[in-house]
Design a protein around this ligand. Sequence first.
Ligand SMILES: [Mn+2]
Length: 254
Amino acid sequence: MRLHLVSDVHGAVEPLRQAGQDADALICLGDLLCFLDYFDHDAGVFGSLFGPDAVARLVELRTAGNFDEARAWSRSLWAGLPDARTAMDKAIDGQYAELFAAMPTPTYATYGNVDIPDRWAEHAHAGVQILDGEVTEIGGLRFGFVGGGLPTPMRTPYEISEDAYAAKVAALGPVDVLCAHIPPAVPGLTYDVVARRLERGSLALREAILEHQPELMFFGHVHQPLAGRCRIGRTECINVGHFARTRVPYVLDL
Ligand SMILES: [Mn+2]
């Protein structure tokens, strides 16, 4: 059985469609939406609503770590837009409609921190199984899925408390393959060498790995990691890659 795994799709519809080909199943570890494209300032929700110059300013502030100023700039942009809420919802639903339509049957998907969980059920077709704090069987193995991210100064759309996250991890129990959007809290896995900061990793994931020692743990979230993989005991922990840039799925032969 051949599985293709992707994470951090961030609006890459056509590459996602291709990533589902020649696979028996696709696993998607979240961050489907593109709000802000750091490289293509015309793209994403912000690019389509506010234009490239406004996006360039926002990218500049966030890259410099001025999150308060970035939020103020973002607020001023939204305030200048008549019926901002509707415009944003329309842009989000438009992206989700295209992305879910590009997913093959079967697809197993969980949320990233840059996702709106409430909007998924409406767009997912019958071949897409949405899993968050849940286990399913794939190729005779138990796969556990945990979605979302932990609180950060970026205040991305789906960040939950450490306790709520730990409860979802605990709900899985022992699994053969652990899948999450964010990595376990290991500095080499969480440090982004381009952004030059530590992203949020999960202590609960690390503890679950130490306790249950699954064969494999897959995640994404850290776009340019110091280390793309590491071992924790007998568990191989693997970042499946920043799909929006690489456009190549991670291939797992079972
Ligand atoms: Mn993420």
